[in-house]
Design a protein around this ligand. Sequence first.
Ligand code: CP
Ligand code: NVA
Length: 307
Amino acid sequence: MKDFLAISDYATEELQDLLDLAVKLKKEYFDGGNPPLAKGKAMAMIFQKPSLRTRVSFDMVMRHLGGDALYLSPAEIGLGKRESVSDVARVLSGYVHIIMARVFAHEHVLELGKWASVPVINGLSDFSHPCQAMADALTIQEKFGSLKGLNVTYVGDGNNVAASLMHICARLGANFTIANPKGYDMPTEAITLGRQLAAESGSSITLTNDPHEAVRGAQAIYTDTWTSMGQEEETEKRLQVFPPYQVNANLVAEAEKDVIVLHCLPAHRGEELTDAVADGPHSLIFPQAHNRLHAQKAIVARLLGLA
Ligand code: CP
Ligand code: NVA
């Protein structure tokens, strides 16, 4: 596989293998540092949207491995505007060894993958966030040993993060439930794919509008912002619709006793997640954010053929 664009592009065994590599690299990092496997290698990081985690974690991945990362801000490049996506892909392929891109249109990251001769990583598109899903799976695996047979419930907007989480749950055998308000469903294409993957692994996909029903029996509750980047003009409307989907202490109390609470961050405290839950005993939001580093190191190392 040249690129890392979608969870569904990878077989269950390949995803598990990447997670195993992430566990190994994480241990090695805390035991004294990773060997400079990527010495002399450079990553171009294209950002059409803001970022804390994706930007810093990929930069640190390259530093830990002895390589370099170049941050290309939303003001630069003008992907698809100043220059065609295919030209950007072909130019960068002569300068760097790997490209990571955070884009609006999912087609742009696919097109980068098609035209670049070097590996391309999807660092979030309007449709998906597969690197986040890998860190999520690593975090769940660290807590429960494996995703197989677990009940993972996402409460909130049927967005990019929800879609990738559903796909990794389906691939790794966790039962996935989403509770979202009417009119804020995941795209049909994401659901169809999720159902296919779940059928292959023997897990289930449940769609509901009832957050209380959704968290019953859940070992993991996940939420994300009600308004994703690019939807800012809908903020006011969404603030009216989404409050019944807040992950607060009452909702968490309806799940399993040892339930973990996850959020890809940035969190809008007091909206989709209360402070009490974010900073409470069930929350793993910071270890989850830190796992971006280790999960992505595994992805980069594999794509560059270094591990
Ligand atoms: N979760 C995540 O991707 O965060 P950033 O937008 O800060 O990169
Ligand atoms: N759904 C959010 C995730 C941010 C990491 C967004 O797209 O803005």
